[in-house]
Design a protein around this ligand. Structure first.
Ligand code: NAD
Ligand code: ZN
Length: 346
């Protein structure tokens, strides 16, 4: 399947097809230019090798797996390696991996020589349903997520569902949390795929529907001046939880991004029956439904969230299936979202 993200001069194709990783050279010039292939140590090396085989002037650079690589230190190392590889403004960076490699690689491409071409080959469910399209690239500053970044659209996205065969089940569920987010805010049929059958059996359809909704949203509001904010549903609380309980370079155990988003969505669903249905889906997927951990620490992180502006935070609420609303919540009322007054999350 091919989708086209229509953004004028920054338009690009999104290919969703089994085995498409082998065909990168058909979609972009990999023969004549230098190609810097960025991957991480947890991505099976065969995927970067598949890309390398199509790039006579290619090289592979591998960063350590995990959110810790979205750091200024690793960012500097990658830029140094790009310079050492002799990349110039006409060359190409290809990210092969999950959201970490995509966010880091996209930001390196956005800033190296004031911007070079970037192709994203997402290999996790999370990256295929969400992070690989839309042009948001970023790294973290300590526990503060995505605070240094740029809008930099890829030239092409190649989502090959075959690469998901090696993904551990917990990572599959982690990515499905972002797709469930999409169903809740804007696609009841996508929600139904989760509710009715086995989501693992409908993976390609789930990826396709998620990409369609995100594409439409980004086309309408590329730089998040308005409606693109709906994609942040679950993320205000989610990022707070991730900063405190997330898997990081310092802490090897904890919760993944999608797991934190899952927890962040529940209290923002206003319709109690829908909240119950969502909780049942989260259980079915093996995602967490109860927030454990120090809520005061999570609150402190939320107050540092980059979306905090002028003493207030914009949060996305879902009043009913397939619709959403942006609300401005004063800083001192954020605790209520976490159930610090009422134990809404338990
Ligand atoms: N830019 C955006 O719009 C956007 C949207 C959502 C999330 N994100 C970011 O995405 C990141 C999370 O992405 P993620 O969940 O993909 O995490 P990730 O990139 O860390 O990948 C998860 C793990 O799976 C491994 N892996 C990747 N592909 C694999 C494969 N095919 N087989 C086996 N193992 C594989 C990785 O090495 C890693 O250990 C977060 O940093 C989040 O902030 C960005
Ligand atoms: Zn997310």
């Amino acid at each position: 399947m091919k989708l086209t993200m229509r953004l004028g001069a920054r338009s690009y194709d999104i290919i969703l097809k089994r085995g498409c990783l082998k065909n990168l050279h058909q979609f972009t010039d990999t023969a004549r230019r230098r190609v810097f292939i960025l991957t991480d140590s947890g991505v099976p090396a065969q995927y970067a090798r598949t890309v390398l085989a199509q790039c006579p002037r290619g090289s592979v650079y591998t960063v350590p797996q995990g959110e810790g690589s979205k750091s200024l230190r690793v960012y500097g190392q990658v830029l140094g390696a790009m310079l050492a590889a002799g990349l110039d403004r006409k060359d190409l960076l290809v990210a092969v991996g999950g959201g970490v490699v995509g966010d880091l690689g996209g930001f390196c491409a956005a800033t190296y020589m004031r911007g070079i071409d970037f192709v994203n080959c997402p290999t996790t469910v999370l990256a295929q349903v969400d992070s690989s399209i839309g042009g948001k690239t970023a790294i973290d500053l300590g526990p503060t997520k995505n605070i240094v970044g740029a809008f930099w659209q890829p030239k092409l996205v190649l989502a090959d569902p075959d690469t998901l065969a090696t993904l551990p089940p917990r990572q599959v569920a982690n990515g499905l949390a972002e797709a469930l987010k999409t169903g809740l805010i804007g696609d009841p049929q996508l929600f139904a795929l989760f509710e009715r059958g086995d989501p693992a059996q409908a993976l390609e359809q789930i990826i396709y529907r998620s990409l369609c909704f995100k594409k439409k949203t980004v086309e309408a509001d590329e730089h998040e001046q308005g409606q693109r904010a709906c994609l942040n549903f679950g993320h205000t609380i989610g990022h707070g939880i991730e900063a405190v309980r997330g898997v990081s370079a310092r802490r090897k155990t904890g919760l993944y991004h999608g797991e934190c988003v899952a927890l962040g969505m529940l209290p923002m669903i206003e319709d109690k029956a829908l909240q119950k249905r969502t909780r049942a889906i989260l259980r079915k997927l093996g995602l967490p439904t109860a927030l454990r951990g120090d809520k005061r620490k999570i609150l402190a992180q939320m107050q540092h969230d980059k979306k905090a502006r002028g003493g207030a935070v914009t949060v996305i609420r879902v009043p009913g299936l397939g619709c959403w609303r942006a609300d401005t919540v004063p800083m001192d009322e954020l605790g209520a979202l976490l159930g610090l007054e009422t134990e809404a999350l338990e």
